[in-house]
Design a protein around this ligand. Sequence first.
Ligand code: ADP
Ligand code: GLC
Length: 519
Amino acid sequence: MAARTPAAPTPAIPATTVSADRITVQSGDGRLKVLFVASEVAPFRKTGGLADVAGVLPRALRQRGIDIRVVMPLYQGIQWNNLEQLDGTLAVPMYFGHARAGVRMGRLPGTDLPVYFIEYNRFFDRPYVYGPPGQAYSDNLERFAFLSRASLELCKTIGFIPDVIHANDWQTALVPVYVNTVEWSKPLHGAGTVFTIHNLAYQGNFESGAMFITGLGFEHYNPYEFEHFGDMNLMKAAIRHANLLSTVSPTYAREIQTSGYGFGLDGELALRGHDLRGVLNGIDTRDWDPAHDPNIAAPYNAADFSAKATCKAALQQQLGLALRPKVPLFGVVGRLTAQKGFDVLAHALERIFHWDVQIVLLGNGDHEAEAFFRYLASRRSDKFRAFIGFDEGLAHRIEAGSDFLLMPSRFEPCGLNQMYSQRYGTLPIVRGTGGLLDTVVNYDQATGNGTGFIFWDLNPGAIVDTVGWALSTYIDRPAHITAMRKRAMEQDFSWDRAAAAYEQLYREAFKIRRGQEFK
Ligand code: ADP
Ligand code: GLC
């Protein structure tokens, strides 16, 4: 994006003392330098797919020779004693003065890729990442404005001047705005910015009166930056300020430019449609590999998946369901929010229970949904189990042990579970939206082709019909199911393709910012 009017310079930053000689990179070593900022990064802390992406994409980019470094908060529960504490403190300019933050450094597992943890206990030493289930901490704007600002201060302090800065979702939406404003005339202003939307449903909406918390003047509260229908909207500001925009699947990139999926930002996104790319997520094929998964009962692969039956039996046993190999087992995993369509599924289940099936649900979130599924599990203990909570191991066992995975999403920017399930030979039954449409090939009854089952309308009838279709295929055309499982397991969902696309995006952002190719 073209440079904007410079804002008033920020007050001089008191000398900081973080010494990081060993990690300072001399500019001009020929490698593209990228700062990747995210509010959650697996395996350190995760609430959803953003963490999965932030934990793996940088690794794939590193393998392409990019000097990429990750920044996230030091949350409660992160094993800080395994991290190296950098000397001194970061002085982060905030509206209340300079906040002094510690910095700890770790590595993405299995790599030499630095992850910097911003340590500021007042904001991050809390039991939840964003707030208790169904709620948001009242100072989230402050917390994430701080993270955004701190990540830029960190770069300057350790002498890592990135060529490109990649921010993700509303929590780090201020990063591209700061680069265009408070970093004006400072070295970071030369960094191209990429902003990725993982989920447009969360935009960072706050009262206009909170504008001061960003540290930016009220002159930025205007319809071309933060103001959106009378509120302050962080994502809108990022959409306006970032050099390039991306989202996590090609279909979602198109959908969010329409009123049905744009959550009020469709006009803004259409305005920048030329700069908005859909890059399909990959998955961590090491963590999610049925051939080497310590969480599951027996290993298997696409060449021989007979041991999948062992995983199914082990799951049935763990769940206390009847040990019946021939009854189809349906898995459901995900956040219990409106996005995932589980409210509609709730209305379909009674009819699905008329069939001889078993269903297991793992999820947490919305209180009402949690209570409903608990209640249903107590009433239909013959066929239904609900685990309300977050359990990585169980998620793996469900992907491995189920025959089908249900994802009736209302909208789905990308979705990872349907890719995990295919890798485990578990056929996804999905609504045809967003990344689900880009990753699942609908079953063709005439040829047996496909990797899953797709329905279009989000209503209980459509879910019941499609579950019924899967069920009849399972019973009447088992050879099709076997061929589909194998095909699904052979899909390439690795990050290599996406990493190449992100590298391209970074080079393009650099060119927009600097007016020349990165060399
Ligand atoms: P979203 O990011 O919208 O939640 P994704 O499908 O992209 O959806 O990613 C969700 C990730 O979180 C997956 O890795 C999934 O296995 C995991 N997950 C969601 N809910 C749970 C849960 N209750 N227990 C364990 N893992 C979960
Ligand atoms: C979001 C989306 C999900 C996507 C994930 C990672 O949380 O809801 O569809 O897979 O981000 O990009």
